[in-house]
Design a protein around this ligand. Structure first.
Ligand SMILES: Nc1ncnc2c1ncn2[C@@H]1O[C@H](COP(=O)(O)OP(=O)(O)OP(=O)(O)O)[C@@H](O)[C@H]1O
Ligand SMILES: [Mg+2]
Length: 235
């Protein structure tokens, strides 16, 4: 198991956001965490990568206990989060944004190699290297956020609702890119409200309800589960 949480709990003051979340991510797999607004999906990712402090439970990365470790250390060790809402730098160019994802790389040639790799994956970005991030379309900004995370070749990519607010054709494109990453051997923990698409591409899925895992199983099985169909796949 490359990533694992064990009975993870997070409280925001008196709000109990996570009430004991245990999940596992196998190397090379795509695991999805689905659930309604406020279920605790973003909190789970933030607790994993050290942006919020758990009030209980453990996080293991490559079998080491990383609970409460600072985010920058976890990033250096190979965890990367693409947060909800595409945090790119609007006044920097696409190239500058991508280079910020490669700050930990000392070797210039290696940086150029990775730049070439992500441009191959996202040709639209390659065509817009000198354009300001803020002038990209919403879908292009989301691709930039993902590409920037990939610049550091993370061992595990954490994605928080990459399809949020995108037009259907761009949603499709984002999911195609995630499938492509998966075929390339990437390990991904994907948070999504688009349960249909997420279950279609994932190997394994967890359903989060008010801070607890309500259901889990192989994604194909969950996509056929009556409760999932009723509550998350629009009947
Ligand atoms: N900084 C905070 N302070 C107080 N409460 C918070 C904070 N962040 C999140 N919460 C609460 O914790 C719960 C879980 O929030 P979280 O953002 O993890 O949900 P989510 O599943 O990602 O929802 P969404 O699908 O809307 O993004 C919610 O009730 C939310 O209001
Ligand atoms: Mg969220």
């Amino acid at each position: 198991m490359v990533l694992e949480t064990e009975d993870l709990r997070v409280d925001y003051g008196h709000v109990r956001a996570l009430r004991g979340v245990s999940l596992k991510v196998r190397r090379g797999s795509l695991v999805t965490l689905i659930g309604a607004n406020g279920a605790g999906k973003s909190t789970t990712l933030k607790a994993i990568i050290g942006l919020v402090r758990p009030s209980g439970g453990r996080v293991f990365f490559e079998n080491r206990d990383i609970t409460g470790r600072p985010t920058h250390k976890l990033v250096a060790q190979g965890l990367s989060l693409v947060p909800e809402g595409r945090h790119i730098f609007p006044d920097l160019t696409v190239r500058e944004n991508l280079k910020l994802g490669a700050l930990l790389i000392r070797d210039r040639r290696e940086e150029e190699r990775r730049l070439a790799e992500v441009m191959e994956m996202f040709p639209r970005l390659g065509e817009r290297l000198n354009q300001k991030g803020g002038t990209l379309s919403g879908g292009e900004q989301q691709m930039l956020a993902i590409a920037r995370a990939l610049m550091q070749k993370p061992k595990v990519l954490l994605l928080d609702e990459p399809s949020l607010g995108l037009a259907p054709n761009l949603v499709q494109l984002i999911f195609e890119k995630l499938e492509e990453l998966k075929r390339g051997g990437a390990t991904i923990l994907l948070v999504e409200q688009n349960a249909y698409q997420a279950l279609r591409i994932a190997d394994y899925a967890y359903v989060l309800e008010t801070g607890r895992i309500a259901l889990e199983g192989p994604a194909k099985a969950l996509a056929e589960d009556r409760r999932v169909i009723e509550h998350y796949l629009g009947g």
